[in-house]
Design a protein around this ligand. Structure first.
Ligand code: FO1
Length: 316
């Protein structure tokens, strides 16, 4: 692969956004990011799309690097006023972020496709890559816990990911088809990358959308390589609940545990140097391995991992 390969990145939240930022530095508009929309929700009558917006703000260079979501220098005047009116405030919507939700909600309610609206928002922010919702249909991830089925953000934010997850479901997934833009991007791709996102609540919903896994397998049949990056380093998730979910859903909380989930869809697996000893076991699954520093602490780290991913399938 060269640094100009048409690349499609399957991404969820923070880890996906950071690798996307690194890949965009190399690829510009030859990068397409297909984002999970299972985390989407309605708040105060507005449609909020956290994974799309996290990737959009990050690729626009206006993300809040400490939080991994939201906009740098954000203010919360509207949120404070909403709370004065007795509205729930546990899901914090900043003033600039609200503009995104106001525009998106108004245009989707007027009948436009989510994808068309999202592409316009990205262009207005100067994003060079294309960030595509996995589908235009509503999909909502729910997790089964000791408190019953919870909507994703209720689990992730309101309950601080404390409950133990014993099952997952993506309501609406049966009626959700891949958009033409996603199918076209995968068909034109020369490289497919699975970001170091949560395999269960970020990557799996994308692969569950009708048409997406089939498009990926058709690309693989054309010798397009799929490179997956482990989001588990030294048995721990860089950020978020993926390590605990691996265990509570019956898997091993390790890079090998993640690799097992991607057999049959990935060809190359990128592990952190910390997990070098696991490489033979990953290769025994039929995956080629690349061992490198996968921590993206800053822009240089993001570009470095992106470079390693782009080089992962170059012959020789
Ligand atoms: N995460 C939090 O931990 N607390 C919040 O109040 C919060 C608000 C929020 C608003 C908009 C948005 O796009 C994302 C937001 N997130 C918040 C992050 C969000 O829960 C995660 O980005 C994902 O859904 C997981 O990737």
């Amino acid at each position: 692969m060269t640094h100009q390969s048409r690349t499609v990145l399957l991404a969820g939240g923070v880890g996906g956004a950071r690798l996307g930022h690194g890949l965009q530095a190399h690829l510009g508009d030859r990068l397409t990011v297909v984002v999970n929309t299972g985390d989407d929700l309605e708040r105060h009558g507005l449609l909020v799309s956290p994974d799309h917006d996290t990737v959009m703000y990050t690729l626009a260079g206006i993300d809040n690097p400490d939080w991994g979501w939201g906009i740098e220098g954000e203010t919360f005047a509207a949120a404070e006023m909403l709370e004065r009116y007795g509205e729930e405030g546990w899901f914090r919507l900043g003033d600039r972020d609200l503009a995104t939700h106001i525009v998106r909600t108004a245009r989707v309610r007027a009948g436009e496709r989510l994808t068309a609206v999202c592409l316009d928002l990205q262009r207005a922010l100067g994003v060079r890559a294309a960030i595509l919702p996995m589908t235009d249909a509503p999909v909502r991830t729910e997790v089964l816990t000791e408190d019953g089925w919870l909507e994703f953000q209720e689990y992730f934010v309101h309950r601080h990911q404390a409950p133990t997850v014993s099952d997952l479901r993506f309501s609406g997934i049966d009626a959700a088809a891949a958009t033409p833009e996603v199918v076209e991007a995968v068909a034109a791709s020369e490289l497919l990358v699975i970001a170091p996102s949560n395999p269960f609540v970020s990557v799996r919903p994308i692969l569950a959308v009708t048409g997406i896994e089939a498009a990926i397998q058709a690309a693989r049949a054309r010798a397009v390589p799929v490179v997956a990056v482990s989001g588990i380093v030294g048995g721990k998730a860089i950020k978020g609940p993926a390590d605990r979910m691996l265990v509570s859903l019956g898997h091993e909380s390790s890079a090998l545990g993640v690799a097992r989930l991607y057999t049959g869809v990935a060809d190359v697996f990128v592990l952190d140097a910390v997990d070098e000893a696991l490489a033979p076991a990953v290769e025994a699954l039929g995956l080629r391995t690349v061992v490198t520093d996968t921590i993206m602490a800053d822009d240089a780290g993001r570009a470095r991992l992106a470079s390693a991913v782009l080089a992962a399938t170059s012959l020789g």
